[in-house]
Ligand binder design. Sequence first.
Ligand SMILES: [Zn+2]
Length: 293
Amino acid sequence: MWGLNIKLKHKHCMWKCLNNSLPFKELIYMRIGKVYNICNDCGEDIETLEHMLFYCLEAQKVWKLAPIKWEGFENLQHNIWKWWQAVMTGTKEQATDHINLTVIILWKLWKARNKRIFEEETRDALKTVQKTQREWMEFDKANAEEGETCSSTHTVQQHQRKWERLKEGVIRINTDIAISAHMIRIGKGIIARNWTRKILRAMGLVEHKRGEASTEEALAVRAVLMMTKNAGWTKIDVQTNCKVVVDQIDASKTHEGHLATILEDIVELRTDFELCSSSFVHRTGNQCCHMLA
Ligand SMILES: [Zn+2]
């Protein structure tokens, strides 16, 4: 957790969540017994850490609006440890962005709760989400700048995180998958940014099944095209770290093998876009600055 590439205050908050040391009401009640332990925001339940972060109506409003979703993790929300473990193992490398954003959301939920209690400020879920976005973007931008300097001190084998400038109006979508054979689980991460790097949408999806990497990557790309088509975006650039998929999509020949149907769907979907490019991004693309941090 300390290796995450985010601000110290965010890490610290996450650490406190996991170590049961954020002073939410139920905890104080258990320690000194002199507090009213019902949640101030909804008045409906005891304020436990999990209530505050996930179950409270106020928290749910935030998650609904948040650019990141952890679908398939709802059954773990009763235990922050289990939930966090699933988040950390369900996504890897490229998807560290998802994790960073998630930690910032948790931190914001805690801050908003405190403002409500101590400063009597009314909570506004939309504002909370917008602030989260802003906070994340600031940090992401600072990292990208750092990425440029770190290329000079590292060998070419370590591809630095590189953001090629996009033309106005183009949306870049990154996908990544993580397969855990041990847990029979496949995690997919999708993140869409516009040409100014603003995150438009981020998704984490978890399925409990066995899968094979290239098939799952191809399915992820197909999911991206369907998602963007529904969103009405017409100019996109899809980045994936599965070279097979990129090569096959670009070589617009007839497809063979077990990927054929998915790839044909992708080629078909592509024709609906004004611009649809795809490119390969190295799996270590995100890691250089991460290692320095
Ligand atoms: Zn509540």
